[in-house]
Ligand binder design. Structure first.
Ligand SMILES: C[S@@+](CC[C@H](N)C(=O)[O-])C[C@H]1O[C@@H](n2cnc3c(N)ncnc32)[C@H](O)[C@@H]1O
Length: 294
């Protein structure tokens, strides 16, 4: 879902992107010298028009489901001072049920199905892309879901704004693969995000991750398996190449040295989205991870 043609950072955003589309710059983080800080983002902001059906869904349901926590009109940053804590959750969802946050919900198929199947849990869908948000609103509105809310913000910012021990689970399913080696730093699973997720999870909370990209699976192991404070609950042994390959070179990985890693069975709380189905149809293997906050 990501267009890799541009290499957008906050510094770029302040000056406009490569194709000249108008955009709202995130408030530029600045160095002590006043220069814009180079913040690596896991997505490229694209201006996408909503078709009539999605626009109608937005108009009908944004008021009910979309949280007002952005720094400004069109900004994907969380506004200064916003805190996602138990009090906010209770005001927003109307109860103190456990809260599950899905990062990068795409079209919303999974989070909506999970919310419908688990009225005893609260769900927050976090996505940046307008059509995905609108589609999620459409699905939620059609089912009249009461336990789902949607945030259109850069997920790491929201995690940063989340109070300690607020979340029951965090889900990141099929994150954008960023296959080129020079883009691996844009992959959303990073030690900095892991630290925020760890802090935001309550005792016994888990971060569930899934990917259909073998090189991303290795990346997840590299980021997560050695981090203090996490236990990989995986019971399956999976053999993966121990070196990274860039875009278009996945075949080279077969001849690289391999090592064993622990991964999970398919998370049965995840429905088969179009995105996952396409990966399976292309012959890719799904890697599931469950990391317990310890
Ligand atoms: C490859 S798609 C997968 C969507 C969905 N999880 C699925 O399985 O169908 C990854 C999604 O993550 C979203 N995304 C990427 N970086 C994000 C960020 N920093 N904050 C929120 N969403 C993000 C993208 O817009 C995209 O919709």
């Amino acid at each position: 879902m990501t267009d890799e043609k541009t290499d957008l950072t906050v510094a770029d955003a302040a000056t406009g992107d490569a194709d000249g589309a108008a955009r709202t710059a995130a408030p530029a983080d600045v160095t002590p010298q006043g220069h814009p800080m180079h913040r690596v983002l896991s997505f490229v902001r694209r201006s996408a028009r909503l078709d009539a059906r999605l626009q109608r869904a937005w108009d009908a349901y944004a008021g009910r489901y979309l949280l007002d926590l952005n720094a400004g009109e069109g900004s994907l940053d969380v506004r200064d001072g916003f805190v996602l804590d138990a009090a906010f959750a209770e005001r927003t969802w109307g109860n103190a049920n456990p809260l599950v946050v899905e990062i990068g919900t795409g079209q919303g198929e999974n989070v909506v199905a999970a919310a419908a199947a688990h009225p005893e849990l609260n769900f927050l869908a976090v996505e940046v892309y307008d059509p995905g948000i609108a589609h999620t609103l459409l699905l939620a509105g059609k089912q009249d879901l009461r336990n789902l809310r949607v945030a259109q913000v850069n997920a790491p910012e929201l995690l940063k704004a989340t109070a300690d021990a607020t979340l029951a689970e965090v889900w990141t399913f099929f994150p954008d693969p960023w296959p080129k080696k020079k883009h691996h730093k844009r992959r959303i699973v990073q030690p900095t995000l892991a630290a925020e997720v760890h802090r935001a999870l309550a005792e016994g909370g888990v971060w569930r991750i899934a990917t259909d990209i073998e090189d991303y699976a290795l990346h997840v192991h590299e980021v997560m398996d050695g981090l203090d404070g996490w236990r990989n609950l995986g019971k399956l042994t999976v053999s993966l190449p121990t070196g990274h390959v860039g875009k278009g070179n996945a075949d080279l990985a077969r001849d690289m040295p391999h090592a064993d890693f622990a991964e999970s069975e398919r998370f049965d709380g995840r429905i088969l989205t179009n995105f996952e189905r396409k990966g399976l149809d292309a012959g890719r293997v799904i890697h599931d991870f469950t990391y317990l906050r310890v």
